[in-house]
Design a protein around this ligand. Sequence first.
Ligand code: IVH
Length: 706
Amino acid sequence: MSLKINVANLTEVQAVAELARLSDILACANSAYHTEDAPVMTDGDFDALKLLNSEIEHKFPHLKRSDSLSGMIGAKAKDGFKKINHEVRMLSLENAFTAIDVEEFVNRVKKFLGIPHTQILNLSAEPKIDGLSLAVRYENGVFVHAVTRGDGEVGEDVTANAKTISDIPLTIENAPEVIEVRGEVYMSHLDFEELNVRQIASGQKAFSNPRNAAAGSLRQLDPTITKSRPLGFFAYAWGALSEPLSDTQTGAVARLKKLGFSTNPLFQSFASTRAVINHYHRIETDRASLGYDIDGVVYKVDSLALQDRLGLRSTTPRWAIAHKFPAELAWTKLLDIDIQVGRTGALSPVARLRPVTVGGVVVSNATLHNEDYIAGRDSKGAKIRGGKDIRLSDWVQIYRAGDVIPKISDVDLKRRSKTSVPFNFQNKLIAEGIEGRRSPGDAVWRYSGESLLDDLTIESLKHFVSRQAFDIESLGAKQAEQFYLRGWVSTPADIFMLKKRYGPGQPQQLKNLEGWGVKSAEKLFDAIDEKRVIPLNRLIYALGIRHVGEAGAKLLAARFLTWNAFETAMREAHAGSSSWEALVEIDGIGEVMAKSVVMPFQDPKKFTAIAALVHELDILDAVPVDTLSSPVAGKIVVFTGTLEKMTRSEAKACAEKLGAKVSGSVSVKTDILIAGSGAGSKAKKAIALGIETLDEDGWLALVGGL
Ligand code: IVH
């Protein structure tokens, strides 16, 4: 790539030619990156070309082309969209696969609310659109911005693109002063097929399904491309609101329709579980003729007051569930079984398949979980797939449900070769030269050797720098690997030492490494420094502790609030200790996760690495969002006796929402005891310890009648 142009000496004629050349290259690279997801140049090269383009434009403003990409300058192509915080989190949905799951959901809701089984609970039911969710904000009836879901807390600003979607009005009348309408962007089957014909005709890759096509089209940096790809939008929910839309889901959806949004014609509400399930079957029958993809039916508690009482878990609401359609199936041949070494050392078998289309997506790998799964047994030894084992060269049935990794649901024994033998996991490990061990009671083989340590460390470093973790600009998986292989970085703390060790004035310098220069090295050091300030939950997630995903990390951060409190508790948490109790009492953290979190804090080598990292950081305390003005934030409360106005689960969820920590037992650390009727020994103990004791009404008065 020739960048050696001296802009100062450029003549006007040369500038015209140069701007034309740059425009072609940049447009091509941009489209390769965003449309095909197949970059043709590095981010650094792209930025350098954009800079050159803008320098020429600066010298010859009158030559600036109408298709100039310089508007994007400053915003890196990779994250070319502005980030916007969601005022109200965008959640996902719990899944149900059978009518029994749905009944259990209804029972759980009734139990939480403390209403009898026999009492009617109105539910709405509507198709689950297989697209991508979008939040569109209006202020005083005018479209302000549109944001993708992102990680639920921060999304991408796709305003310019959303404005090209005809189902999304630019102005609305008789609307609340502030209203954020949420719904699903999708592409119809017809438009999807037409788009793919055009893609292929212009030498571009076809999209594998309408959802990918819709996502690719909405996430275009150039809104004219979005405009040329028709997208639809069904409104089904809302975020920020200055006044309620209605008192039921049905009423609110009707109001959205009145405001000018498309709502799904199959939306209906029902008074019994049987009726919603009948509606599910009707929608399932109509599925093929709807003209757009749906992957299930969403049920929501119709009363908005009840939705409010039911509240939210960390990533899903308690008042809604998605009843998914059965997964799509296809048969293909199992070509091989590979062993992958996971970040935490688990040796996971992966099926390599003859590529096959399942529900519009080409599948060539499927998960095989573990040794027992291949042998046709679950972790308790019970038969799965009727006890059929999986052997090399078998014909296997693949299924895909939504986004999950494809799985093998059946084996065709009639097509099995007479000479085939059961798959031997241990022999496979030996053949691959992988040292592994399976401990009694563990379903998983784990890496036990040294020779692969490199892979494990690289994997955990890649996790550490990943988007949901430290997300350091220009330090991705590739660079992490490069630094590791050079011996520059072997623990996360080393990343924060890079500048000191390999920055200006040092004998070895990053700027001299292949692929780096003065500017890019400086940029990386700055980007690393920027991430020294990190929210507690992100840090916990970044540590890459087994079983601790983003949701788990958030729960831990919300419970312990500061790194010191978290670290101390993890170091002290031994079975039976109060720190251990505090950990397992967190709603959403089971014993398995608890054991896993504690482990690195009690392993001297791992803890040393964590301590070295923490020394480099400025960790932001977690602030429970709802609790800034809460009178019980950070207090330890205990409920005892029978509550009359809400169930124990509801009271606990309410207290946690307000930032209180709910404990099961009274101790000197308890701040408030809420004694319902019939309270016994706990109440006596609280009085003896001089702990503030409230009755249910006193508690409700304190927390504002919630
Ligand atoms: S309600 C708080 N209704 O499914 C719950 N979601 O798997 C808000 N989706 O993130 C979602 N159709 O993107 C709702 N009729 C529908 C939906 C729907 C599709 C999507 C949505 C959500 C995802 C969860």
